[in-house]
Ligand binder design. Structure first.
Ligand code: ATP
Ligand code: MG
Ligand code: MG
Ligand code: MG
Length: 476
């Protein structure tokens, strides 16, 4: 089943059951606590928080999402992309646990002839939160899932919260057993690649109180209404329905891999290392295209930096695969043609997207050679003096003058057997920002205050991609 058909079936199923179909919002969140939209519920946040009265009791959407913290997983796990589409159904005080569980089961397991996805019920494993007896009972008694395929997990996996104070609640996830070729048995609690998580049902029913982090907080009491927020990864379901081993091999991404093969001559499947690079290229080129499509332009801050880093990683991986010349134009063309079927605005905006992307490639290619020379010299010097750590000021210089994202420097230094003084690098970055801030204040320029994002970037560390703020909850 093609991705486009999965999307159609999803929306039709919930529309037929009275849900209002809401188009995907832009990736640029209308929310000051977020850089980019990481989940389908974001556009509905004010309804859940009770700030705005929802114009409908139930809704469904297929939302464009970017999760930059997942960047390190891309190409390595079978199931994480920086861009993906989250299919969701939402209830604002309408149906609750039983309704959400019954809908999910019906849609996944009813036959494809009947409009469902036709998954084998015996391959579905359920997780519920530690003390959520009610959800467990519904899965067993109402739906008929045997007790041995239901597992209880703790807060990290099966509890969701957002903001302080804010809504929170347990969640229940549906996982698909892909069989012994993905490793040991034992359910999702044991092996999250074999038992791949496809759908998260969040039961938003309590008010969260103070406490730090994702796992350690108080629960104040019940919310005025009990809400449902669910998210299913379209690419993950596509991977199962198209019977491929990972999400990059599904219809909308495989074509990008094939184009990268055409440009580099490196066959997919030839070696583990080059396969990771091909998957990174496919993922990152798609994410970059979708970001530019929604109006992000490359830069050194916030969203612009997310985009820059993603594009530069894609280009660098193409070079690792052996590409010598310019590659972005042709890769972009495939992404726009494929994704343009679902997002026609990409086709209408093709010229602008190309202009932005090609300019970034030109800028990077120009500095890549000079930066590589600087890096090589610094590596040679460090080694000659018996050191194993590249100095923070070199990494800073490469970033500041040659536009090398820190992870590029880390990667290139590691290839030559060196680590990098990341603390030193971050200290210099911070000093530079403080200088810039002081300058800006002196000049009394009225720019938007991005200090919150910078603070996050500082505390999250240089290798962690800070696509959205750490203050934002994310269902797990
Ligand atoms: P995982 O544990 O596999 O990282 P998650 O628990 O972080 O997933 P949720 O926050 O529950 O994911 O998001 C809801 C659904 O969105 C997931 O069940 C999954 O199908 C999909 N999803 C989440 N992250 C990604 C990603 N990086 N790429 C593709 N799909 C994703
Ligand atoms: Mg989850
Ligand atoms: Mg999870
Ligand atoms: Mg995750």
């Amino acid at each position: 089943m093609e991705s486009a058909e999965i999307r159609r079936r999803w929306l039709r199923f919930f529309e037929e059951r009275g849900h209002t179909v809401v188009p995907s919002a832009s990736l640029i969140a209308d929310d000051p606590t977020l850089l980019l939209v990481p989940a389908g519920m974001v556009p509905f946040k004010p309804y859940f928080l009770g700030e705005v009265k929802p114009p409908f009791a139930t809704a469904t959407s297929v939302q464009k999402c970017v999760r930059t913290p997942d960047i390190e997983e891309v190409g390595k796990t079978t199931r994480h992309g920086t861009f993906f589409q989250m299919c969701g159904n939402f209830s604002f005080g309408d149906y609750f646990k039983e309704g959400a569980i019954k809908y999910a089961w019906e849609l996944l397991t009813s036959s494809q002839a009947d409009g469902g996805f036709g998954l084998d019920p015996e391959k579905l494993w359920i997780t519920v939160y530690l003390d959520d007896d009610e959800a467990e009972r519904i899965w067993r008694e109402v739906v008929g899932v045997p007790a041995e395929r239901i597992q209880r997990l703790g807060k990290k996996e099966n509890y969701w919260s957002m903001g302080v104070p804010g809504p929170c609640g347990p969640c229940s996830e549906i996982n698909y057993d892909r069989g012994p070729s993905f490793g040991v048995e034992g359910g999702p609690a044991v092996n999250d690649e074999r038992y791949v998580e496809i759908w998260n049902l969040v039961f938003m029913q309590y008010e969260r109180g103070a406490g730090t982090g994702k796992e350690d907080f108080e629960i104040l009491g019940d919310l005025p209404s009990q809400n449902i927020d669910t998210g299913l990864g379209l690419e993950r379901l596509a991977m199962i329905l198209q019977d491929v081993r990972n999400m990059y091999e599904t219809d909308t991404l495989r074509v990008v891999i094939d184009k990268a093969t055409e440009l580099t001559g490196v066959r997919y499947g030839a070696a583990d290392g080059s396969d990771v690079s091909l998957r990174v290229v496919a993922d990152h080129m798609r994410t970059a295209t979708m970001l530019i499509g929604d109006g992000v332009t490359p830069g050194n801050e916030g969203r612009g930096y997310v985009l820059r880093r993603i594009m530069r990683r894609a280009i660098r991986n193409m070079r690792l695969l052996g590409a010598g010349g310019l590659v972005v134009g042709e890769l972009l063309d495939v992404v726009i043609r494929t994704m343009g079927q679902q997002y026609p605005e990409l086709l209408e905006d093709r010229r602008r997207i190309e202009t932005v992307a090609l300019a970034e490639e030109a800028a990077f290619v120009k500095t890549l050679k000079a930066g590589t020379n600087i890096l090589d010299t610094a590596v040679t010097e460090t080694k000659a003096s018996g050191g194993a750590v590249l100095a923070g000021d070199k990494a800073f210089l490469l970033h500041d003058t040659w536009g090398f994202p820190i992870d590029l420097t880390l990667e290139m230094a590691a290839e030559q057997g060196l680590s990098v003084d990341e603390d030193g690098f971050r200290r210099l970055m911070k000093e530079q920002r403080e200088r810039a801030k002081a300058d800006a204040q002196a000049k009394k320029h009225g720019h938007a205050d991005l200090s919150a994002y910078r603070a996050v970037a500082d505390t999250a560390g240089a290798t962690e991609f800070t696509g959205y703020s750490a203050t934002e909850g994310e269902s797990s």
